[in-house]
Design a protein around this ligand. Structure first.
Ligand SMILES: Cc1cc2nc3c(=O)[nH]c(=O)nc-3n(C[C@H](O)[C@H](O)[C@H](O)COP(=O)(O)OP(=O)(O)OC[C@H]3O[C@@H](n4cnc5c(N)ncnc54)[C@H](O)[C@@H]3O)c2cc1C
Ligand code: FES
Length: 278
């Protein structure tokens, strides 16, 4: 019988510094069988651990279309993640999963897609962005609206440059505080509505970021004509097991680890306001 709590060893192959407190880790399972059989979908997460230190849910930011490795973008927030930041290429992590539901993919083919992210909200969306980029002709226009506190806190700076060169793809950036040779917008992410047309016709919007940002972005999307079912987001909650057993992650009647982390705003609307944090 498979032990659902058993993590597998993965070796760090590269570390990309995203900002002062966030790195992207490319890891490869040391067991070839696990490497070949670890199938995941866009939007799922894994429980990442260092033995004897702890374990945390982390979104899989790599795309399932790019095989043989996984990528995690990790902010040094606490006990485990600060220890991960002390690891080097060649060191190992442990990974179990994949867990949770996924962003819709087949259902959004042919649609115009909006990605609206704040800070470390871009990593959970990147998996879906890159599958779409790998199958670009199957989708309508793609617009990425991304904000961070400062230019240095934007994740995936090189990829943002690459994505905007892809036909029918736009990338709009904003920061709360600019410096240096920053050429993009200054202000909160909803101010990007003044820079580009956000149109709900045949469109779906994926939103990820801090709760306060999600709240204002959802209001703007609804003003722009989006229906609640076409606004899709991920929820973060404190998790332990990741597999629906411990009850740590419930919101209303849902467990974020198995019913989520991806929810439509229509589903979130059914959760009591004091429990949903947005
Ligand atoms: C589905 C999902 C996906 C995620 N994806 C990512 C990701 O891609 N990248 C990423 O960096 N993070 C991600 N997270 C968040 C990450 O799992 C947490 O930040 C995790 O707590 C980090 O573990 P840690 O041991 O390093 O930090 P912890 O020691 O848990 O501390 C993290 C922060 O939370 C505070 N804290 C700790 N316990 C509590 C508590 N009980 N109540 C209130 N505050 C508390 C601490 O003071 C600290 O500021 C995700 C979370 C979920 C649920
Ligand atoms: S983390 Fe245990 S039930 Fe969700």
């Amino acid at each position: 019988m498979k032990n659902e709590y058993l993590p597998y060893k993965a070796i760090i192959k590269s570390i990309q510094k995203e900002s002062f407190d966030t790195n992207t880790y490319k890891v490869v399972f040391s067991d070839e069988k696990i490497r070949n059989s670890f199938d995941y979908k866009q939007g799922q997460f894994a429980e990442v651990s260092i033995l004897g230190i702890g374990e945390a849910p982390i979104s899989i930011t790599s795309s399932p279309t790019r095989k043989g490795y996984l990528e995690f973008t990790i902010r040094g927030a606490g006990c485990l993640t600060k220890k991960i930041h002390q690891l080097n290429v060649g060191d190992s992590l442990y990974v179990r999963g994949p867990y949770g539901n996924a962003f819709p993919y087949e259902e959004i083919k042919g649609k115009n897609i909006y990605f609206i992210a704040g800070g470390i909200g871009l990593p959970p969306l990147r998996s879906l962005i890159n599958i779409i980029m790998d199958n670009r002709e199957e989708f309508g226009n793609v617009k990425i609206l991304y904000g961070a506190k400062t230019p240095d806190e934007l994740c995936f700076k090189q990829e943002l440059e690459m994505w905007k060169k892809i036909p029918n793809t736009e990338v709009w950036l904003t920061v709360d505080k600019s410096y240096g040779d920053w050429k993009h917008n200054v202000g909160v992410v909803t101010e990007l509505w003044k820079k580009t047309d956000v149109c709900s016709k045949n469109a779906v919007a994926f939103v990820c970021g801090p709760p306060i940002m999600i709240k204002f972005v959802v209001m703007k999307l609804i003003e722009s004509g989006f229906k609640n079912k076409d606004i899709i987001m991920t929820l973060e909650r404190y998790m332990k097991c990741g597999i629906g057993k411990c009850g740590h992650c419930n919101v209303g009647e849902k467990f974020v680890c198995v019913d989520g982390p991806v929810f439509t705003y229509e589903e979130i609307g059914k959760i009591p306001a004091k429990e949903r944090a947005i």
